[in-house]
Design a protein around this ligand. Structure first.
Ligand SMILES: [Zn+2]
Length: 316
């Protein structure tokens, strides 16, 4: 099945098919006859997630954990529906996100506000509520046992306050959700690739995100499992790119804070920044293709920076 990639250490990368190929990943981890999912994609991904289990000769009863890195819908939109297929699994979620998956009405309203009702329905469908007794809320330092394998939870605010990452000692890798940015395989280059931060509305906090990136690096990871998209071993290189661009994004957001057409200016400045950084990383795609691949993120990042600027102004 071309949407599955079997990695080392019992890890399968599942392309959820959301938006386009190699855009949105979920992961399956198998150890000693037990299984865990990390992130789910939206409802439409559930058949692929179940196919991944089958490809590993695992039954739905053997899944102990359904971990969502945070409750943005490209990561957790399918959690309620998937859980209906997994009789023994607990949903593992950050305490700040749990209530939104138990009662998804607020999440749905947020998505309708950002994308409009038609797109919200088309892309995400109807979110299925998770029964509260099936929810396990995490805390920093919590360890989940998976067939004798330890998965460690780290609280990693910055992209969102309801974000945690999962350390897997067996692969010496982090399941990073959106904390370690985005690196689409389509943007790979001769020097390893291009990564950039994601500042999706509405809880972006730059200082917290930089601290969380430092926390991830402190374990000397060998691999990062990104939701957008896939496993990467270019850890130090990507970390340097993320820090540099976060600094630049904050600077340029501040520089347009008081100007008219702030959102359009932010969009243009972000597109220019990412284009320059991609070229600096050795990227050779033409400008039109690059813009096609990045335009959704440019829009979301500009929105998120705008929300952050408004909060700064309100707090001043
Ligand atoms: Zn996110």
């Amino acid at each position: 099945m071309d949407f599955l990639e079997h990695w080392d250490e019992g890890i399968t990368v599942i392309d959820t098919g959301f938006v386009r190929a190699r855009f949105d990943a979920a992961y399956l981890i198998v150890e000693n006859g037990r299984a865990a999912f990390v992130d789910t994609g939206p409802n439409s991904a559930v058949p692929r997630l179940l196919a991944a289990l089958q490809a590993r000769q695992m039954a739905p009863e053997q899944v102990d954990w359904l971990i969502v890195t945070h409750v943005h819908l490209d990561h957790a939109g399918g959690a309620g529906l998937l859980l209906q297929h997994l009789p023994n699994a607990k949903l593992v979620v950050h305490p700040r996100g749990a209530r939104h998956l138990v009662d998804p009405r607020q999440l749905m309203a947020g998505v309708r506000a950002v994308y409009g009702p038609e797109v919200a329905e088309r892309d995400y469908g109807e979110l299925q509520p998770v029964p509260p007794q099936r929810v396990l809320e995490t805390h920093d330092g919590m360890v989940l046992a998976l067939g004798g394998r330890a998965l460690l939870v780290a609280d990693t605010p910055g992209h969102a306050r309801h974000h945690h990452c999962i350390w897997d000692e067996a692969s010496r890798g982090w399941f990073t959700g959106d904390t370690f940015g985005i690196a689409y395989p389509d943007l790979r280059t001769s020097t390893g690739g291009y990564a950039f931060p994601t500042t999706t509305p509405v809880q972006f906090e730059p200082e917290a995100l930089l601290d969380s990136i430092d926390r991830l690096l402190a374990r000397d990871p060998q691999v990062m499992f990104l939701t957008h998209f896939g496993a990467t071993r270019e850890v130090a290189q990507h970390a340097a790119m993320l820090r540099r661009q976060l600094d630049a994004m904050v600077r340029l957001a501040r520089s347009v804070a008081e100007l008219p057409d702030r959102h359009a200016r932010l969009r243009a400045a972000l597109a220019a920044l990412y284009g320059a950084e991609y070229r600096r990383a050795g990227g050779v795609l033409d400008d039109e293709r690059l813009q096609e691949l990045l335009e959704g993120d440019v829009e979301l990042n500009a929105q998120g920076l705008g929300v952050w600027l408004d909060k700064q102004a309100a707090a001043a």
